[in-house]
Design a protein around this ligand. Structure first.
Ligand SMILES: Cc1cc2nc3c(=O)[nH]c(=O)nc-3n(C[C@H](O)[C@H](O)[C@H](O)COP(=O)(O)OP(=O)(O)OC[C@H]3O[C@@H](n4cnc5c(N)ncnc54)[C@H](O)[C@@H]3O)c2cc1C
Length: 427
């Protein structure tokens, strides 16, 4: 284990595998494909393309996994942030079914990449969506029926007593359990992907912020110390990309979310909380999500913020939320507490496609990207290699701008979130 001061402080950074540094971009370089961003989207695209024989350069403003990919809750879940019902209204039932099946491929890809590239990232099977209110029990029941009948994806319903056998909390009325989803150490997974990409021939440049994208038959990405001329561009900068492609900026709202890690509770006390070691997410709009780490900590995520600043009293609020789920942890505080930014689209559906014939992008994961980013990287690499059928289905999803630009969209989203939080609290 190494504490790496150049990566944002978190339990992930403190427990990361070796983080080799990659030299920054210098001078003029040529590539078949230049990828902006060394998170899960960019690295997955780069790996797929390099394996297909393309010369790929990845430009990363900070370090590999510096964004959401190295900080998230580590929950690997099927589907997309908006749910299947929303996708049916956006692209019809047949294509919604395709999208769902492809999302399962995203989950499988993680298992395959871990095995193929020998990535040590503490994979664990099992995930539960849990209900706090009767309304949510009904929602989970409806979802179970829909997935079973129309998507051939049966999930297991646990009532309160059955759930209580695995999860030592009285807060929940029931759960939908999925043995095929799971959880992992996201920074170590991202670092493992970077290692696999570099082995496949990808050149990764850290500390290489793209300042400008010059469009044309041969696009050029400019950094402070060099530039890359290439055949294709993949924009994978997610919520942090601001300014490179304003048309993409307008489609997403950056929202801060936070994760705390307790000190190690010891194997026995940790297992007494979540006996089957699954990951858990509740059904609230402003949700709690949690799981155990391999060294027996509780990793507890939640709380959203819409400004660039951490919310006031963050530690106290997060601690209160954790104790509401597990009152038996009263007296336990967080040893690490960190945040990151998610890229919410207005309809919470994935926003993937092309800006120009030779400029591709994927964003709008809406807090649901650990598995979907792998699929995004693959689908974009297919399109660059001349098979755009799958990307074209994603590109058919209509997305609207957040109204009012950066200045206004934040207050509007705060108002919307206040309503959803009230709904969480009352019904
Ligand atoms: C706290 C938190 C918890 C989450 N929990 C979960 C979860 O449990 N399950 C789940 O499925 N999803 C979760 N998510 C969402 C998930 O992490 C993201 O959807 C996913 O990691 C997005 O990957 P990405 O590669 O698209 O973006 P990122 O990982 O953000 O990578 C983008 C990269 O681009 C770089 N970049 C940006 N601009 C430039 C530029 N101009 N030049 C060069 N580089 C640039 C950034 O530095 C960054 O490294 C969570 C997110 C957060 C923040």
């Amino acid at each position: 284990m190494s504490d790496n001061p150049t990566h944002p402080a978190s339990w992930y950074a403190a427990s990361a595998q070796a983080m080799p540094t990659h030299p920054r971009l210098e001078g003029t370089q040529q590539a078949d494909v230049c990828v902006l961003g060394a998170g899960l989207t960019g690295l997955n695209a780069a790996l797929e393309l390099a394996e297909a024989g393309y010369k790929v350069i990845v430009l990363e403003a900070e370090r590999v996994g510096w964004g959401a990919s190295g900080r998230n809750g580590g929950q690997v879940i099927f589907g997309f942030g908006c749910g299947e019902g929303k996708l049916e209204t956006l692209v019809g039932r047949a294509d919604a079914r395709h999208l769902f099946d492809w999302s399962l491929e995203g989950v499988c890809m993680i298992r395959e990449r871990i095995a193929k590239h020998d990535i040590a990232c503490d994979w664990r099977d099992g995930h539960a969506h849990v209900a706090i209110r009767p309304r949510q029990v009904a929602e989970l029941g409806h979802w179970q029926r829909e997935l079973g009948e129309h998507y051939d994806y049966p999930l297991t319903w646990w009532d309160r007593e059955q759930l209580r056998a695995s999860l030592a909390s009285d807060r929940y009325l029931g759960a939908l359990y999925d043995a095929r989803s799971g959880h992992l150490h996201p920074l170590n997974y991202t670092l493992g992907l970077a290692r696999a990409a570099a082995t496949a021939g990808v050149r990764i440049c850290e500390r290489s912020t793209v300042l400008r994208l010059e469009h044309g038959a041969k696009p050029v990405l400019h950094t402070a110390h060099g530039n890359v001329q290439c055949g294709f561009v993949v924009l994978a900068g997610n919520a942090l990309i601001k300014g490179i492609a304003p048309a993409l900026d307008r489609k997403i709202m950056p929202v801060g979310t936070y994760v705390g890690a307790t000190p190690s509770l010891g194997a026995e006390r940790a297992r007494a909380l979540i006996g089957n070691d699954m990951a858990v997410a509740d059904m609230n709009w402003a949700l709690d999500y949690f799981r155990l780490s391999a060294d027996h900590r509780l990793l507890f995520g939640g709380r959203a913020s819409y400004s660039n600043l951490p919310p006031p009293n963050l530690r106290r609020v997060m601690r209160t939320r954790m104790h509401r789920v597990f009152p038996q942890l009263r007296g336990v505080d967080f040893e690490y507490l960190w945040g990151g930014v998610i890229d919410i689209s207005r309809n919470r559906a994935p926003h993937w496609g092309r800006l120009r014939d030779n400029v591709y992008f994927a964003q709008g994961f809406s807090g649901h990207g650990v598995a979907a980013t792998g699929l995004a990287g693959r689908v974009i690499s297919e399109a660059i290699r001349g098979q755009a059928e799958r990307l074209d289905v994603f590109a058919r999803i209509r997305h609207r701008d957040f109204p009012g630009g950066r200045a206004l969209r934040t207050p509007l989203l705060v108002a919307a979130m206040a309503w959803f939080k009230l709904r969480d609290a009352l019904w």
